[in-house]
Design a protein around this ligand. Structure first.
Ligand SMILES: Nc1nc2c(ncn2[C@@H]2O[C@H](COP(=O)(O)OP(=O)(O)OP(=O)(O)O)[C@@H](O)[C@H]2O)c(=O)[nH]1
Length: 401
């Protein structure tokens, strides 16, 4: 799938920077994109995107200093400068893209306010679907972040064709601060969505036996609402030659570096790669992807649609395994539409991605809405507690009215 990424705000910008760096590393041209911010320093921190694709907006209003976690201002700036934003996107080339993906941290100001505005305009102008990848804040980041994210997310679900959510709190380790985990969290995001959005693109091995093309991803996401992604990885069985394993070259690409040092979750090796073994391994991987940690923890049984994607060296891909996995996913979600296929890549690993689309229930989203409601009530109360009340009880006249 050819994707046009727009990174809005600091988190969104960093993510798109990583998506494009991954694409370049793979020598692929599936991804292109621009980044937008109201803060000049955040744009300077971007590493892989050329200066002409970094857009500073809101200079008259905030003078390049950011909107300071105020997403109403973020939305206003985006609306005021929407023509400049669309021109920057057009300049980068949109004629051959399959979808737009707007990435943003929903708890801040610029991306939180700007991304729903941008999605609305992209949908009006282009025929291609517009998706959002929205990062929701951990409760410990404070109620203002939750309030921002709740407002942004409830607007985004009406403006984007689908919002794929990543929950910072589900992914940071105990005792770790969200900030110190950013880099690791971003790698997790880019890895999952990199495999998913790349499905169907021609690799060195051609296309898969059961190719997932962009229309299958688009149809899976067609129901709108929010979605979540699961992922699992396993080492590929080494090819045997003269009774000895031939070390498999990992291209340093899509699936490499996936096993974090601390969480090696490699399945035991099976020496003989029979059809049954391959099939069982794929089913096991898909189950782990769906039952393991999702980008947004949710009740998978409430998903309306799903897409199963198995990526790995061609010797590991197995039609029967993918078919059986699809049936298993279908038995476990609310809807009956489960699409799937394989994606051959040059790697020593096999990965399964499960996209759970249009989810009916996610406790974290309910918690976010609850926190936001409390924060809103607090704002109203503090407005009522006027800070000038102590001067109001008469006696002293102001200098002038
Ligand atoms: N996963 C992840 N989350 C991030 C990252 N940077 C910021 N966030 C989260 O995104 C939210 C804040 O959004 P930012 O993108 O920093 O804010 P912004 O859109 O630039 O808006 P302002 O700074 O208010 O102008 C918070 O919930 C942060 O925890 C990152 O690199 N990775």
């Amino acid at each position: 799938m050819r994707v046009f990424f727009i990174g809005f705000g600091q988190a969104g910008g960093k993510l798109v920077d990583m998506f494009l760096a991954q694409d370049r590393k793979l020598g692929s041209a599936s991804f292109r994109g621009i980044v937008i911010n109201t803060a000049r320093t955040d744009l300077m921190g971007i590493k892989h995107i050329p200066m002409e694709d970094r857009l500073l907006i809101g200079q008259t209003m905030v003078k390049g200093h950011g909107v300071g976690t105020d997403n109403v201002t973020g939305a206003k700036v985006a609306a005021d400068e929407i023509d400049t934003i669309i021109s920057a996107i057009d300049r980068r080339g949109t004629h051959d893209v399959d979808a737009f993906v707007v990435c943003a941290g929903l708890g801040g100001g610029t991306g939180s306010g700007g991304s729903p505005v941008l999605c609305r305009h992209l949908k009006r102008i282009y025929r291609e679907p517009v998706y959002a990848v929205g990062v929701i804040p951990a409760p410990e980041e404070g109620r203002l972040y939750s309030l921002n994210a709740a407002r942004s997310l409830s607007t985004l679900v009406n403006e984007a064709d689908n919002v794929i959510v990543f929950d910072n709190s589900a992914w940071k380790n105990d005792g770790e601060s969200v900030k110190s985990a950013y880099e690791r969290l971003n790698e997790e995001i880019v890895r999952r969505f990199g495999v998913l959005f790349r499905a169907g693109e021609v690799s060195k091995y051609g296309v898969g036996e059961m190719v997932v093309d962009s229309s299958e991803i688009i149809n899976t996401l067609r129901g709108g609402g929010i979605s979540s992604v699961g992922y699992a990885i396993s080492e590929a069985i080494p090819t045997m030659k003269g009774g000895k394993p031939v070390s498999k070259k990992d291209s340093g690409g899509l699936l490499s570096g996936i096993l974090g040092k601390k969480e090696k979750r490699v399945e035991p090796h099976v020496d003989i790669a029979s059809g049954e073994d391959k099939s069982a391994k794929i089913i096991g991987l898909v189950r782990r992807a769906m039952l393991g940690r999702l980008t947004l923890p949710c009740d998978y049984s409430t998903a309306e649609r799903a897409l199963v994607l198995v990526a790995g060296p061609p010797s590991e891909l197995d039609r029967k395994g993918v078919e059986k996995s699809k049936s298993w996913v279908e038995e476990n979600i609310a809807g009956v539409e489960v699409r799937g296929g394989d994606y051959p890549v040059d790697s020593g690993y096999v990965a399964a991605v499960v996209l759970l689309a249009t989810i009916g229930d996610a406790p974290r989203i309910r918690e976010l809405m609850e926190l936001a409601k409390e924060a809103k009530e607090e704002v109203v109360k503090s407005r009522e507690r006027s800070h000038t009340a102590m001067f109001d009880d008469g006696g002293v006249d102001p200098l002038f009215e």
